[in-house]
Design a protein around this ligand. Structure first.
Ligand code: NAD
Length: 260
């Protein structure tokens, strides 16, 4: 029941963002996709989503480390789709390293993509949302917005910051029909998780199986990865009219991780 709505989903060429973009389109929303990757693979994703759903599906390769590209992305979404009702910030990267060896440029990139891009996007979409009296800002944070893990200093700092940012804008926008919330997943099996396994093996001197069972799944009492479909279902709820009173919340979907 998102007919007539438009959504901009950053980091939607893969993983969680792609799962959310697909779910929003199947629910009736027009979509601006964004992210990195091979142009022909992204075009295949875009074209098949448009064909399956009959929705307008656009794509922009805007780099989330570049404020001018982010502003242009929002303009392209507003012009191409008419408006942005739903903003989902899912672009993100990870790097695993002891703090004293943490590459400075990696730290800066994680803060820029996982935290600061959310500010630039919000800043650019809010005027339109205020004018329409409706908006849904959904920031994909992490269980690492409330707890830490060693060797993830940049990521944990960014995700804690993203939650604080989200709570602040929720207060500012509450009387304009605009909600702002975080979805905070535990471990979801996506390229982001798969790619951190080799460095975690090194940092902790473990095998791949030990990293999966003794580092990743040990955190989750369910002993299962969260799925992108489960995260997408939560995003659909937050985007819906039924969630009008849910704002400033941190929606944990973490297999019980942070209950411990
Ligand atoms: P992923 O690697 O599958 O997808 C990340 C997306 O971000 C891709 O589309 C990629 O192209 C895009 N991206 C990366 N750098 C970018 C840049 N500079 N500009 C534009 N786009 C860029 O990862 P994922 O697991 O789907 O992660 C999505 C979000 O979910 C991230 O914010 C991540 O921190 C968060 N998250 C993931 C997990 C997990 O276990 N996978 C858990 C909690 C939170």
């Amino acid at each position: 029941a998102l007919n007539g709505k438009s959504a901009l989903v950053t980091g939607s060429t893969s993983g969680i963002g792609l799962g959310i973009a697909k779910a929003l389109a199947h629910e009736g929303a027009d979509i601006m996709l964004n992210g990195l990757g091979k142009p022909e693979e992204i075009e295949a994703i875009r074209a098949s989503l448009a064909a399956e759903t009959g929705r307008k599906v656009l794509f922009s390769p805007a780099d989330m480390t570049k404020p001018d590209e982010i502003a242009a992305l929002v303009r392209a979404a507003e012009q191409g789709l008419g408006k942005v009702d739903i903003l989902v910030n899912s672009a993100g990267i990870q790097h695993v390293s002891p703090v004293e060896e943490f590459p400075i440029e990696k730290f800066d990139a994680i803060i820029a993509i996982n935290l600061v891009s959310g500010f630039h996007l919000t800043r650019a979409v809010v005027p339109g949302m205020k004018a329409n009296g409706f908006g849904r800002i959904i920031n994909i944070a992490s269980a690492h917005s409330v707890v830490a893990s060693p060797f993830k200093s940049a990521y944990v700092a960014a995700k804690h910051g993203l939650l604080g940012f989200t709570k602040t804008i929720a207060l500012e926008l509450a009387s304009f029909g605009i909600t702002a919330n975080c979805i905070s997943p535990g471990y979801v099996w996506t390229p982001l998780v798969e790619k951190q396994i080799p460095d975690t093996m090194k940092a902790r001197n473990m095998t791949k199986e030990q990293v999966i069972n003794d580092v990743l799944l040990t955190a989750q009492p369910t002993k299962k990865f969260v799925t992108t479909d489960e995260v997408a279902a939560l995003a659909l709820y937050l985007a819906s009219d039924a969630a009008a009173s849910v704002t400033g919340a941190n929606m944990l979907i973490d297999g019980g991780w942070t209950a411990a």
